[in-house]
Write a protein that binds this ligand. Structure first.
Ligand code: TRP
Length: 361
């Protein structure tokens, strides 16, 4: 391991430790925190999202923490040309949130697309002056996304969206951001921007908090084809909105291996282990116990059990989703209410920012 790698690992371990402490304090003092999380509206959600970020959000929400969920619609324009599905995707994403148990009627949860909040977007301008080109160019997550996009020419929005993300987080003074590892560079940039803004413009009376990452404990869920991350575009994902028959058909094609006797050995038999973990997440039994139950039943029995567990687990969720789908006016209203609240909060922040920068007439 190189020194840089060791250093990075050290920082990562420190982040994990801080995140654990934060987790403890959240349940004791939920009122001290405002959670800001977000997704880009690129499609419907699958069970990887449910067992990863969605359930974590519902849990935080149930602790009584105020939660702002930003739908990053502008970010879609950074790495793809098509924009015809954006508003449909925003509504479908919101449906998934609501069906998963995120409840905006508690007055503590707000869902909104950032394009609807001009005050948030205006923060981008001063923030852009607080970072250098070099800093933007070395963001590892952006570099990976540029590689993955396959695009020949990269627009400036791609390099600057992490600054936009800082605006997403800081406009409402979010101080807790539940994230996966890939988002840590963006969160670090947000902290840098908050610090530089305070140091430069408001040394005696800081405007922004330095938000902390809350690393989700979520297990890595592989696609049904094994080996890869679950993702809709790879066609290896069980969508929350899929029917029971579609779910069964997809699981039937799932990759297993040549050994009949079912055992839980994540290193040696990753595909089998993944299917067992999925059952475990639905039923609460350990993967080892499930494997022991199936044993000689083989891949066929494993798939049958997975199909039943998933369909049963998702049944209430899917039912709720179908009900909500017939009431899209309500879904739209949830989004508009969220945007209205975000604008109120953003207006107050922008006033402070303007005063700090000496631009108040
Ligand atoms: N960059 C995030 C992603 O690609 C989405 C996002 C935008 C976000 N703004 C955010 C996440 C603010 C957390 C907080 O998934």
């Amino acid at each position: 391991m190189s020194d840089t790698e060791k250093m990075e690992l050290g920082t990562y371990e420190a982040t994990v430790e801080r995140s654990r402490k934060l987790e403890e304090d959240l349940s004791v003092h939920p009122e001290k925190y405002r959670v800001l999380t977000g997704d880009r509206p690129t499609g419907r959600l699958h069970i990887g999202h449910l067992f990863g970020s969605l359930q974590n959000r519902v849990r935080l929400h149930n602790l009584g923490v105020e939660t702002f969920i930003v739908i990053a619609d502008y970010q879609v324009l950074t790495d793809r040309d098509s924009f015809d599905k954006i508003s449909e995707n925003v509504r479908q994403l919101t449906l998934d949130y609501l069906a998963a148990g995120i409840d905006p009627t508690d007055g503590k949860t707000f869902i909104f697309p950032h394009s609807y909040v001009p005050e948030l977007n205006q923060l981008l301008l001063p923030f852009l002056t607080l970072v250098s080109n070099a800093e933007l160019n070395r963001n590892p997550t952006v570099k990976e996304e540029i590689q993955a996009s396959g695009l020949k020419s990269i627009n400036a929005g791609m390099y600057t969206y992490p600054v936009h993300q800082a605006a997403d987080i800081l406009f409402c003074k979010g101080n807790v951001v539940p994230v996966g590892k890939d988002q840590l560079p963006h969160l670090e940039l947000t902290r840098v921007i908050a610090r530089r803004f305070n140091d430069k413009f408001a040394p005696n009376n800081p405007v922004f908090p330095e938000p902390q990452p809350l690393l989700s404990k979520s297990p890595m869920i592989l696609g049904l084809d094994g080996g890869q991350k679950m993702s809709k575009s790879r066609n290896n994902a069980i969508m929350l909105s899929a029917t029971e028959d579609e779910t069964a058909a997809l699981i039937k094609k799932a990759k297993t291996d040549a050994e009949r006797f079912i055992t839980y050995e994540p290193e040696r038999r990753p595909e089998i282990a993944n299917l067992l973990s999925l059952i475990s997440m639905c039923t609460g039994e350990t993967p080892e116990a499930i494997a022991a139950k199936i044993g000689n039943g083989g891949g066929g029995q494993l798939k049958k059990m997975l199909t039943e567990s998933i369909n049963e687990y998702l049944r209430p969720f899917r039912q709720k989703r179908i009900e909500l789908e017939s009431n899209m006016d309500y879904v739209r209203q949830v989004i508009l209410n969220g945007a209205q609240k975000a604008r109120e909060v953003g207006t107050a922040t922008l006033e402070e920012v303007r005063a700090a920068m000496n631009m108040k007439i």
